[in-house]
Unconditional design. Structure first.
Ligand SMILES: [Zn+2]
Ligand SMILES: [Zn+2]
Ligand SMILES: [Zn+2]
Ligand SMILES: [Zn+2]
Ligand SMILES: [Zn+2]
Length: 572
């Protein structure tokens, strides 16, 4: 295989481009990238604000809304109804291409004039749902992101077809889950990770087809086990009752014990099944999907993330959300029947679209924002097919002869994603801060912008340490009180300092006998995703046979990691 080593324009570390990469770039008619894969992901994330939301009136109808756009950030925000209505026309913002200025400068200007929809998602499919973003088909949900087809879901992200769960991440087809991550088709699963087809599970990891298990790891089709030891039904139930899981102190101590116990057992080098020639983490049913994260039913993809609805084929550097897509390069928040997209943010249904944002059911667009059902437009200006094709050729050439240069001196020619300094968001409002956390100083040093927290004057009525230890001692009036987060805003976790318990939430804790949380929803999110393996891959050797493996478990982590064959021989 022919491999070329390049130096990243951004972080200056070397990265490699191989034969199949060159084949892809040739097919897309783009030059090879100048940023390394990790910096490219961070750059896309700088445009993705999932959970920093503001109260602000719609700039067209005046209705109160929640929006991703800070009122002081220079972006016009419309409510969903107005944005999708005929009461405004994005074509009226069209501008002539100016060959005396770089493309990205002109695009940034256009994007700042065209109104944005307050949130991402099909708002008409959200019933009785608040504080949510990047969703579709929700009912009675609160504080939920990047999720679809859910009911009575509180505090979570990446949840599909699930009901009555609280504080969860990456959950599918599950009912009654609490503080769990990556669980599929489960019922009543608490404080657990990577479980499937299981019910009544506590503090467990990597279970399949199990029920009534507590503190277990790597079990298949087992019942009534405590720390992998089998009990009779009666003894199991007696022990569980003695554990007093309604107590916060008890839960904290079992969480610690479980994590220590899990360390005695092997983990598979990659979380996922039925893959051919694939690398990454959380990959399923995929073929030739490499260096990707949370991908199902992918084919010939590399550096992709959050593509869980089939099928996605021939895609590189594509973050969220898929469904019948092909030939996608450098895109975020795009999907549903799209083909040949280069440099896209929130592009849904359409083909041959480049460097555009928030465009729907359109074809042949270049540098457009907020268009629906259009074709042959450049910077929101309408052209004929012939004019369009001629001008696009000239512009792509111009992007190379006059690239955009940012204030750190980084060059953005044709084929690069949008420069982060034109993002609508500050770095610490975006997913970049979650996956690549930086201090304020580092953020500014690297040429991103930073937003100071607005002064918060909460009157905290209850300190977290003064909450009752057992849920059985919690009174109904707790829902009217402001509780102080244990982290007091001193962490790097977008801590909101104070939080409330909603009555729907209290009902869940009471019915499931789960003690009250001590942290605000954002801090809880950050603790939960510590159980999620990172996006990075390391080389390591199988702890059993010594074979070299590529895994998201860093070599200095304490877990035992096996190759596929050794893991299957011992566990599956
Ligand atoms: Zn880099
Ligand atoms: Zn409106
Ligand atoms: Zn907090
Ligand atoms: Zn925190
Ligand atoms: Zn092995």
């Amino acid at each position: 295989m022919d491999i070329q080593t390049k130096t990243c324009q951004n972080c200056k570390t070397p990265f490699q481009i191989d034969d199949s990469d060159f084949t892809f770039y040739k097919k897309m008619k783009v030059p090879p990238p100048t940023w390394c894969p990790e910096c490219r992901l961070q750059r896309r994330f700088a445009f993705r604000n999932e959970r920093t939301l503001y109260k602000r009136p719609c700039a067209l109808c005046g209705k109160d809304t929640l929006t991703m756009y800070d009122p002081d950030g220079g972006i016009t925000s419309y409510c969903g109804e107005c944005w999708w209505s005929d009461n405004w026309d994005p074509i009226l913002y069209g501008q002539e291409y100016d060959f005396s200025r770089p493309f990205f400068e002109q695009f940034s200007e256009l994007m700042r004039k065209v109104p944005h929809q307050n949130l991402i998602g099909i708002f008409s499919t959200w019933k009785n749902t608040e504080y949510a973003n990047m969703n579709h088909e929700l009912k009675n949900c609160y504080w939920l992101f990047n999720s679809d087809y859910d009911e009575n879901l509180l505090y979570g992200e990446e949840i599909e077809h699930s009901k009555e769960c609280v504080d969860v991440t990456m959950i599918e087809g599950t009912q009654l889950a609490y503080e769990s991550l990556n669980c599929i088709k489960c019922y009543q699963v608490y404080y657990s990770v990577n479980c499937e087809n299981s019910h009544d599970i506590w503090f467990s990891k990597n279970l399949s087809g199990c029920s009534n298990c507590f503190g277990c790891m790597n079990l298949r089709n087992q019942q009534y086990c405590i720390f992998n030891e089998k009990f009779s039904k009666e003894d199991y139930q007696k022990k569980i009752a003695e554990y007093k899981l309604d107590s916060y102190t008890a839960v904290q101590s079992f969480k610690k014990k479980a994590v220590e116990f899990w360390l005695k057992f092997p983990n598979k080098y990659l979380t996922g099944i039925r893959n051919v020639n694939s690398t990454g983490e959380y990959i399923n049913n995929s073929k030739n999907v490499r260096n990707s994260y949370i991908v199902t039913d992918g084919q010939d993809c590399r550096y992709c993330m959050w593509l869980i609805t089939k099928t996605n084929k021939d895609c590189y550097d594509y973050t969220q959300f898929g469904e019948n897509t092909q030939r996608i390069y450098e895109a975020y928040g795009c999907g549903l029947n799209i083909d040949n997209v280069i440099g896209g943010v929130s592009i849904v249904e359409g083909r041959s679209i480049q460097y555009s944002m928030h465009c729907f059911s359109s074809n042949n667009l270049f540098g457009c924002a907020g268009l629906h059902g259009k074709e042959y437009c450049i910077l929101n200006k309408q052209y004929t097919k012939e004019e369009y094709e001629e001008l696009v050729l000239k512009i792509t050439g111009h992007m190379n002869t006059m690239p955009y240069i940012d204030k750190k001196g980084r060059k953005y020619s044709y084929g690069e994603f949008f420069p982060p300094e034109i993002s609508q968001f500050a770095y610490n409002e975006t997913s970049a801060q979650e996956f690549f956390p930086l201090t304020k100083e580092e953020t500014l040093e690297q040429g991103y912008s930073w937003k100071e927290d607005k002064e918060r004057n909460y009157k905290i009525a209850v300190k977290s340490e003064d909450l009752p230890d057992s849920i059985l001692d919690v009174k109904e009036d707790i829902t009217s009180q402001i509780i102080g987060c244990e982290h007091k805003g001193e962490c790097k976790e977008q801590c909101t300092i104070a939080f409330r318990i909603t009555s729907q939430e209290l009902q869940f804790y009471k019915s499931q006998k789960i003690p009250l949380p001590r942290l605000c929803p954002n801090c809880r999110h950050y603790q939960r995703v510590k159980n999620r393996n990172p996006i990075k891959l390391y080389s390591r050797n199988c702890a059993k046979c010594g074979k070299e493996i590529e895994t998201s478990y860093a070599p200095d982590r304490p877990e035992i990691v096996y190759c596929e064959q050794c893991y299957n021989a011992e566990v599956a």
